[in-house]
Write a protein that binds this ligand. Sequence first.
Ligand SMILES: Cc1cc2nc3c(=O)[nH]c(=O)nc-3n(C[C@H](O)[C@H](O)[C@H](O)COP(=O)(O)OP(=O)(O)OC[C@H]3O[C@@H](n4cnc5c(N)ncnc54)[C@H](O)[C@@H]3O)c2cc1C
Length: 153
Amino acid sequence: MNHHMFQPLFYQVASGRIEPSNISFPFRKIFQQSRNTQFRMTDVREIDPANNKVITDEAEFTYDKLIIATGCKTNFFGNKELEGKAFGMKNTQEAISIRNHVLMTFEKLIIEKSRSDDGNWNIVIVGSGPTGVELAGAFAEMKKISSQEITRI
Ligand SMILES: Cc1cc2nc3c(=O)[nH]c(=O)nc-3n(C[C@H](O)[C@H](O)[C@H](O)COP(=O)(O)OP(=O)(O)OC[C@H]3O[C@@H](n4cnc5c(N)ncnc54)[C@H](O)[C@@H]3O)c2cc1C
């Protein structure tokens, strides 16, 4: 990624409350006043601690001190069915995919005039940490607004 993402607010992007650009900040803009910082977007393949080197797809870089902050990937805990069907939410693109899918589903439901008790409205959130709870609240708000919309049609 060439931009910093404020991950705690991904749930707001996923529920259409804010634009991705509100929580995405290009690294080059952040460091544009910093004369001793260069940004390169590439994959780190190897660390050579004996020679203080970072080996990437594009070049080798030497270092005095090295900070590694490679984050983590979504863990499906070996559940293949979940992996095939669920959306992750670890980057901006994934948050946008959730938003687009949910909004298009709500649009479809409004046209079909489906009711909330027919089962079509279920959104399943796997993982009930703070992000899961925030998402549940945001989707509940969306559902409330959509239900009012259907009643008006
Ligand atoms: C939805 C969500 C909500 C969160 N909410 C909170 C919160 O409220 N409070 C809180 O404290 N934390 C929260 N977190 C956790 C917090 O965002 C992370 O702990 C933090 O971003 C980790 O920082 P990081 O720099 O290690 O990794 P990241 O921010 O994930 O960045 C890692 C970067 O390394 C890159 N990378 C990985 N491997 C390589 C490689 N081999 N070569 C080159 N680049 C590589 C990745 O592409 C990525 O750009 C949340 C996370 C998520 C997903």
